[in-house]
Design a protein around this ligand. Structure first.
Ligand code: NAI
Length: 343
């Protein structure tokens, strides 16, 4: 089994090397992302292993197929960067449905606490022996209302964490769970009630720019928006406008719509061309982390192990419960019933 692993980073290579030895998989690491220009690097490999910002769309899929690649192994849960319909009949797609929902939910709370208690400002001040408290006044989370959009694995853990803080919870989900402890409301109602909004739904046509210029005026004044899901859930220009109009009190962003050419790389000392991101970063009430919510030891170990198990299941056993197929109306329930490959 020879697998070309694209967008390889120093933090994930050791985990994949270890799992490669354990599962007898030859991983070859490419620093470059997968796209139409780099797809030919996969020639002679049985599969490719990709991450959130690799491009697995029409042209790339054709090239991979011509080069003999038969499986795309996503080392993440989200798959909005893969054209599943185009893959069907040619290349199988497997993913890691969950590696540590705790990592992402805990990062969302870390961002919220940082923002509310101005930890980022205090850290910089005390490094400079500035012990003034001026401008650092926060507010209690206890008793505040958090609106959670997407109550799947991560959203559910985030709600549990918020309950621990004594917060009130309202939720919106296209497929609400039968859980009496969760108070589901309409999206507009969630916008109206929430002091904090946290996004935990996948990116799809329906959720694209779910926070946009029409949503902003519906928000509670001073709301804090957390996005640890996918950048394109938020229209960043509308967000900036909402902050300037003092409707949005703060934003904590682990993801950004145009992150693919920036995040995971060091641009210190460079002029970043993206004016929208630069404007966001310049704002005192915006915190940006570069898609690091997943980045814990536990998550990295689980990602490497599940990806390797997916490849073994696919190539040696001829099936994989973590295969994705565009024909499944509901990917999750279909997987439970499926006993063979998608095609
Ligand atoms: P999940 O599949 O367990 O939950 C997603 C939830 O969103 C489900 O309850 C689903 O019903 C709901 N949903 C689907 N369509 C919706 C819609 N149109 N409106 C409202 N809700 C909708 O997924 P999980 O594991 O909780 O992950 C959530 C997202 O977090 C992923 O899609 C991914 O984009 C993101 N993520 C981000 C990471 C990071 O490092 N920042 C790491 C891992 C995941």
């Amino acid at each position: 089994m020879k697998i070309a692993l694209f967008d390889a980073k120093d933090y994930d290579i050791p985990f994949f090397q270890k799992m490669g030895e354990k599962y007898k998989i030859e991983y070859k690491f490419f620093e470059t992302k997968l796209n139409a220009d780099t797809a030919d690097l996969a020639r002679g490999f049985d599969g490719v292993c990709v991450f959130v910002n690799d491009d697995v769309r029409a042209e790339v899929i054709d090239r991979l197929y011509e080069n003999g690649v038969r499986v795309v192994a996503l080392r993440c849960a989200g798959y909005n960067n893969v054209d599943l319909e185009k893959c069907f009949g040619k290349i199988h797609v497997v993913r890691v449905p969950a590696y540590s929902p705790y990592a992402v939910a805990e990062h969302a709370m870390a961002l919220l606490l940082t923002s509310v208690r101005r930890i980022h400002k205090a850290y910089n001040r005390t490094k400079d022996f500035n012990f003034s408290l001026s401008g650092l006044t926060g507010f209690d989370l206890h008793g505040k209302t958090v609106g959670v959009i997407g109550t799947g694995k991560i959203g559910t853990i985030f709600m549990d964490i918020c309950r621990g803080f004594g917060m009130q919870i309202v939720a919106y989900d296209k497929f609400p769970r039968k859980d009496p402890s969760v108070r589901y409301v309409s999206l507009d109602e969630l916008f109206r009630q929430s002091d904090v909004i946290s996004l935990h739904c996948p990116l799809s046509e329906e959720t694209y720019h779910i926070i946009n210029e029409r949503a902003i005026p519906k928000l509670k004044k001073g709301v804090i928006i957390l996005n640890t899901s996918r950048g394109a859930l938020i229209d960043a220009e509308a967000l900036i406008d909402g902050i300037k109009r003092r409707i949005v009190g703060a934003a904590c962003l682990d993801v950004y719509e145009e992150e693919s050419d920036l995040f995971f790389r060091d641009f210190s000392g460079h002029i970043v061309e993206d004016d929208i991101l630069a404007r966001l970063i310049s704002m005192p009430n915006v915190i940006v982390t570069s898609h690091q919510a997943f980045l814990t030891e536990e998550a990295l170990a689980n990602i490497a192990e599940t990806t390797s198990q997916n490849l073994v299941a696919f190539f040696r056993d001829g099936l994989c419960e973590n295969e994705l197929c565009y024909r499944c109306g509901n990917v999750e329930s279909c997987m439970k019933e499926r006993k063979q490959r998608c095609f």
